[in-house]
Design a protein around this ligand. Structure first.
Ligand code: NAD
Length: 342
């Protein structure tokens, strides 16, 4: 099968690309390797992907109609896995327009290109953040009262609705996957687990929001990839699925697991809960189990152990540039102009 992965140089996308190439599928990646975090990390991801096979790379913005048109014309994808997005809740509060342009208008541009090219299958990355603040746990896909509380979450819910339009009007097969905090090797540097592992390893202070009881349904990346892979093969018109772990872990428990895996004590710094952050995410997996055969396999402690192991190896391999890369990671989500791109 020919599969176009947008955002394939990113964290989740590079794992998806590796998996599909190893299976022997034909893969093309469309990614602008933007400065949301250090593009050199994305170059590293692409280099790792290319070890598993030959992926065509279209480097540019999903909002560039000419580039997107060329990718569809040359590669003629049979399926699209659309992961490219401005991700991250907190920066979206400062950059709501940019998030909307990329995550909503960019998605529509891709859907249009897929429609024109006759590419019927389209898998879209959504997020647990669409559930917002709710007492109704675990979160069920058919919850009729979703109340996102950040621009990022709003754009993800809007892109699901836009996807529905293309299933309804043009008979395309749309699968929206609500990912629940994905972690593992090559995790985005703005996300807590990767940041915290580095801080514990280097003796820095970990920011603990509120009393540390905030819960997240962390999902190890290979489990997320299993769900994406199943979605590519699903025959349907329009479906939404949770891809989580159905086992929320508090911030305090997460830090304890990192201490166990690193063998080091964490220094804690108490902070206010940032605006836009929800108190808990918790996936109901009954639908994804029954329709996608999705069953997360990696327990949290094991996932953290593997991530620490990867981080230590990555640190050694990136010895020369690591300090620099981390300095840039701290600036994640600031305006593009203020982040140097090399
Ligand atoms: P990531 O930032 O590592 O990957 C996204 C990739 O998309 C990057 O390589 C980036 O360069 C690319 N991209 C962004 N804007 C682009 C544009 N305009 N044109 C072309 N390429 C562009 O993020 P990730 O964590 O791998 O997330 C992948 C997807 O999953 C995103 O849609 C994100 O919103 C969603 N998601 C992730 C998580 C998580 O925990 N990581 C949770 C919920 C949803």
């Amino acid at each position: 099968m020919r599969i176009l992965i947008t955002g394939g140089a990113g964290f989740i996308g590079s794992h998806v690309a590796e998996r599909l190439l190893k299976e022997g599928q034909e893969v093309a990646i469309l990614d602008d390797l933007n400065e949301y975090y250090d593009p050199r990390l994305k170059e590293q991801n692409l280099a790792i992907v290319q070890r598993s096979g030959n992926a065509a790379v279209y480097r540019g913005d999903i909002r560039d109609a000419a580039l997107v048109g060329r990718a569809f014309e040359e590669f003629r994808p049979e399926a699209v896995v659309h992961l490219a997005a401005r991700a991250g809740v907190r920066p979206s509060l400062e950059q709501a327009v940019l998030y909307t342009e990329v995550n909503c208008a960019g998605t529509v541009l891709l859907l249009e290109a897929a429609k024109r090219a006759g590419t019927r299958k389209f898998v879209l990355a959504s997020s647990s953040s669409v559930y917002g603040v709710t007492e109704r746990v675990p979160f069920q896909e058919d919850d009729p009262d979703l109340r996102p509380i950040s621009p990022y979450a709003g754009t993800k819910l809007a892109s699901e609705k836009l996807a529905y339009v293309y299933a309804h009007l043009y008979g395309m097969q749309l699968v929206c996957l609500r990912f629940f905090t994905v972690y593992g090797p090559r995790q985005r540097p703005d996300l807590a687990i990767r940041k915290f592992i580095q801080l514990v390893e280097e003796g820095g202070e970990i920011p603990i929001f509120g009393d540390g009881t905030m819960g997240r349904d962390y999902t190890y990346v290979s489990d997320t990839v299993d769900g994406i892979r199943a979605a590519v093969s699903l025959e349907c018109s329009f479906e939404v699925f949770n891809l989580g772990n159905s086992s929320p872990v508090t911030l305090n428990e997460m830090v304890a697991e990192i201490e166990k895996a690193t063998g080091k004590r964490a220094k804690l710094k108490r902070m206010e809960v940032p605006a836009g952050d929800v108190p808990i995410t918790y996936a109901d997996l009954r639908k994804s189990e029954s329709m996608l055969g999705y069953r997360p396999k990696v327990r949290f402690g094991e996932g953290i152990r593997r991530t620490v192991e990867w981080y230590r190896q990555w640190k050694i391999e990136s010895e020369d540039s690591a300090a620099d890369i981390w300095a840039l990671a701290d600036q994640c989500g600031q305006s593009a102009a203020s982040v140097p791109v090399r």
